[in-house]
Every structure is written in structure tokens, then in C-alpha cells.
Design a protein around this ligand. Structure first.
Ligand code: FAD
Length: 475
């Protein structure tokens, strides 16, 4: 007989997206089961993070001290040999007032360590984390998703019944099809990535030694990411017409491509490729830029790579994964307080709209950035145009590629939410209008003076604690 477990929310996948949404929902007292098919630590690509994740979401999750103790290299910005400028150019997150002071840095992380920290934190914060549990399908009743079926490592099958299912299973799982609509692959970003790891590569001089280095060359571009004093992640992103080059011997293909890119060849001149352990394999990824037509349906939400992913040149993957996790957590937390169907639609539309907006900004900017016949000034101009920012062109660019261009305090000033939660949370009175058409979630402490602005007419704003949606008081 199949064992059945009842919970409030089931999260599929324990990557950064799954751990984040699970932690932020469990923190509100809801029951959350997280199912992860692997046993951690497990390998994943996506090592260069943005300040919005490290200084924003990770602070909300309460893992800042652990991340600091892990000793990940500090990333202050990026260095690019890109466009018509023959010289490398560098940007620092710190030039934008949005990323003032300590908020101006991110980390380069070994994902096996970073994802483990986030998953362990979820467990500590009350999430029922079950590793080696592969989700096979969703359960449906009356047009609503109401749980999942899974199988553990010993072959035991379970049904987990829940009010909400979050698909945070990344780009590989098939659960996303249950939301309806198609996964639309980008016609423009049909690139292929080939990547491996090296010991003993050179470092850029201080203070930019921890920057990501991106170097364009004839066949595409290289990333060069310092993961420790010794270890470097090196990958090449190739146009689809170069597919033939990587068929067969991947090691030979990678080494030949490195030899064709003088700057990367120089940085690796004394380095040795890692040939054993999780970093010993040379991996390939292709067809990795896509977006789902729909991000949710009643009972099911797609977040992180399960919903969309865009080319990695500005390291936006984990930012989109963790930001969408926060947006989904707000919708779920508010819905679990008890709302009707109309309000549920409003809550999840807010999630989808904000998530799509952030994705589109990166997408539209990256299309222009792939025009290698421009210079950095025109890239900065494009960032200003895409974001509609009133800031200078270079600041608009830095705000975008740091993950801070949305009007989201949680991503650039997470401390203000934490101060509020530490101080006022016990005094807050939450009012949820069950019968009315409005969702009212409002602090009784008179703390709406710094309320954020909705991004559309009739839209919602983050609540004072940042973990729910609220109807704006000034409309
Ligand atoms: P994942 O990290 O993929 O986690 C999903 C989890 O779900 C996995 O642990 C998986 O085991 C589990 N799972 C899958 N199916 C099931 C199932 N059926 N049941 C239970 N569990 C399941 N991002 C950056 O931020 N910086 C970068 O520098 C960067 N570089 C990249 C380079 C390349 C070539 C590519 C392709 C991507 C890169 N990314 C980068 C993107 C990054 O890898 C992803 O955006 C990020 O990992 C998404 O996080 P996630 O939590 O949504 O999914």
C-alpha cells in the first residue's frame, strides 16, 4: 500500500530555488516537505553569484555567516574582453548606490558547498527535507494540483498531498509540463557550453582577483571563474555551428579551443586540468535558454530553472532562481492565510508578472550584448533602455547585472526587512479579508510609510516583513 503524507507545501528539488522557497514558507509556521532526488553534495554548474542573492536573499535566509565562514572568493564585479574594445574592461558592483557598502560584493561558489549550506539551513528552519526522493508525477483533483508521487532510494513509493506544489526541479525534470503550455526555447540563444576545471591558473590582480573573467573570441566566449586560490572553473560557450567541434573527444576540443583564445591560454599556461572526482569530467550543456508559457496553475508553481533560464554570460541563473523563490513564497504564504479563488489568482499573477519582468530584462539586454560590434558604452546605454532606469547608463548596467534593477528592497536592502522582523513582528496584526476581493495584510505598527510601489495598476506590494503580498494603502 502506498504511504500518504499530508502537508501544506511540497517543494520538488533542493537546489537554491527549492531550499529558498521551502525556508521562507516554513519560517511562517507552515508545514513544508522538500523532495530531492540526489544525495547532497551533488555537482551543479552556476558558480558565479550576484549581490542580490548573496547580500539580499541569503541574508533573509540567515546564512550570511555560514557563507562567510566557507571562505568563498569575493566577487566585486566582472572583467570582460568583449565588443570592439581590444582591452579588457571592468565594472564593480560598488559603483552603484544601490549596492552601497558591504552590499556590493558576491561570491564565486563551489555549488556542492553552497547548495549544501542552503539545504541544511532549510532543514534547520523546520523543512522536512528528504534526499534521494525522486518525484514521478503530480496528483490532481478537480483541475487542481494537490500533491506529488515520489519514490525513495529503496523503491518505496509515497503520495505527498499538499495545498501547493512548487516545481523547483531545475531544467531536467518533466514535472513542468503539468502546468500546461509549452517550454519555448530561444531561437537566439541556441548555444552550447563545454566546461571543466583547472588547478593552478593565474589570477587577476587585486582588488579584482575574485571577478568573473569573460573573454570573447572567434567561436564564442570563455568564462574563467576563480573558485579558490587553486581551483578555476573554465567553460566555453559556442555558437551552434560549432557543435561538430565538440563531438567525440571533449578534452581535445576544450584544449584546442583554449589554445585559440590567447587570454585564456595565457591564464592557464601553468595550470593542470582536474581529471578525477566531481570536477574531473568535461561536461556539455545545450539548449539551455527557454521560458515556459505559463508559470503556475491552481496548486502548482514553477520557479527557478523549472520555469525559465537565460544564457549564463551575466550569471543570472541563481539570481532568477532565488528571486523567483522569494516571489513564490510570498504568494504561497499569503494564500495559506486563507483566500478565495479570485485572490489566489491575484497572488500568483503578481509572482508571475514580476518574475517575467526580471527574466525579460536580462533577455533583452543579452540580445544586445551579443552584438560584438558594439562597445561597452552602447551596452550600458542598452541596459538603461531595457530597465527604464533614471540612473546613469553605467549605473543602470551595474544595477541590472548585479540583480538589483527591480524595485525590490529584498534584493538590495534585505537588512531593513530583518530589522523590522526582529523588532516589530510580534506586534503585527495580520488582517486577511476572507470574503472581500482585497487581500489586506498590514502592519498595525504604522509602518507603511516606506511602502513600495506596485509595478502595475491594481498590483500588490511586498508586506512590511517582505514575506507576503499586501494591497498598497496609497492607490
Ligand atoms: P537546480 O540547481 O538545477 O536544482 C534542481 C534540483 O532538483 C537538483 O538538485 C535536482 O537533483 C533536483 N531534481 C530534479 N528532478 C527531480 C525530481 N524529479 N525529484 C526530486 N528532485 C529533483 N547561474 C549563475 O547564477 N551563475 C553562473 O555562473 C551560471 N553559469 C551557468 C553556466 C551554464 C553553462 C549553465 C547551463 C547554467 C549556468 N547557471 C549559472 C545557471 C544555474 O546553473 C541555474 O540557473 C541554477 O542552478 C538554477 O537553480 P534551481 O534551484 O532552479 O535548479
Amino acid at each position: 500500500m502506498t504511504e500518504t503524507i499530508e502537508t501544506d507545501v511540497v517543494v520538488v528539488g533542493g537546489g537554491p530555488c527549492g531550499s529558498t522557497v521551502a525556508t521562507l514558507v516554513a519560517g511562517q509556521g507552515h508545514r513544508v516537505v522538500l523532495l530531492e532526488k540526489e544525495r547532497f553534495p551533488r555537482y551543479q554548474i552556476g558558480e558565479s553569484l550576484l549581490p542580490s542573492t548573496v547580500q539580499g536573499i541569503c541574508r533573509l535566509l540567515g546564512v550570511s555567516d555560514e557563507l562567510e565562514a566557507a571562505g568563498f572568493p569575493l566577487k566585486r564585479g566582472g572583467t570582460f574582453r568583449w565588443g570592439v574594445n581590444p582591452e579588457p574592461w571592468t565594472f564593480a558592483f560598488g559603483i552603484s548606490p544601490k549596492f552601497a557598502g558591504t552590499a556590493s560584493t558576491a561570491y564565486q561558489v563551489e555549488r556542492m558547498k553552497f547548495d549544501q549550506i542552503l539545504l541544511d539551513n532549510a532543514r534547520r528552519k523546520g523543512v522536512d527535507v528528504r534526499e534521494e526522493h525522486a518525484v514521478n508525477d503530480v496528483l490532481e483533483e478537480d483541475g487542481r494540483v494537490c500533491g506529488v508521487t515520489c519514490t525513495d532510494a529503496s523503491g518505496v513509493r509515497r503520495e505527498i498531498r499538499a495545498k501547493y506544489v512548487v516545481d523547483a526541479s531545475g531544467n531536467t525534470s518533466r514535472i513542468h509540463v503539468k502546468v500546461g503550455g509549452k517550454r519555448q526555447y530561444s531561437e537566439f540563444f541556441r548555444n552550447i557550453a563545454l566546461f571543466g576545471y583547472f588547478l593552478g591558473g593565474k589570477r587577476m590582480p587585486e582588488p579584482v582577483s575574485g571577478n568573473i573573467l569573460a573573454v570573447a573570441f572567434e567561436h564564442g566566449w570563455f568564462w574563467y571563474i576563480p573558485l579558490s586560490d587553486e581551483l578555476t572553473s573554465v567553460g566555453v560557450v559556442l555558437h551552434p555551428d560549432a557543435l561538430e567541434r565538440i563531438r567525440g573527444d571533449r578534452e581535445r576540443a576544450l584544449m584546442e579551443l583554449i589554445a585559440e583564445c590567447p587570454m585564456i591560454a595565457d591564464y592557464l599556461s601553468d595550470a593542470k586540468r582536474v581529471t578525477e572526482g566531481p570536477y574531473g569530467e568535461i561536461r556539455v550543456r545545450k539548449d539551455y535558454s527557454y521560458i515556459q508559457e505559463k508559470f503556475w496553475r491552481p496548486g502548482l508553481v514553477l520557479a527557478g530553472d523549472a520555469a525559465c533560464f537565460i544564457d549564463p554570460v551575466f550569471s543570472s541563473g541563481v539570481h532568477l532562481a532565488t528571486y523567483s523563490a522569494l516571489l513564490a513564497a510570498r504568494s504561497i504564504n499569503t494564500a495559506l492565510r486563507g483566500v478565495g479563488t479570485a485572490e489566489e489568482t491575484t497572488l500568483f499573477e503578481e509572482f508571475e508578472l514580476r518574475y517575467r519582468q526580471e527574466y525579460s530584462r536580462f533577455h533583452d539586454f543579452l540580445v544586445a550584448f551579443y552584438d560584438k560590434h558594439s562597445d561597452e558604452q552602447s551596452y550600458f546605454w542598452k541596459a538603461k533602455k531595457v530597465t527604464g532606469s533614471a540612473a546613469s547608463e553605467v549605473q543602470s548596467f551595474v544595477d541590472l547585472v548585479g540583480g538589483g534593477s527591480s524595485d525590490e528592497r529584498a534584493l538590495v536592502d534585505a537588512g531593513s526587512y530583518l530589522d523590522r522582523r526582529d523588532g516589530d513582528i510580534d506586534d503585527m496584526i495580520w488582517q486577511v479579508a476572507e470574503a472581500g476581493a482585497r487581500i489586506q495584510v498590514q502592519a498595525a505598527t504604522g509602518s507603511t510609510e516606506d511602502e513600495q510601489v506596485p509595478i502595475r495598476s491594481g498590483g500588490l506590494v511586498p508586506s512590511p516583513d517582505g514575506l507576503h503580498w499586501s494591497v498598497p494603502t496609497q492607490v
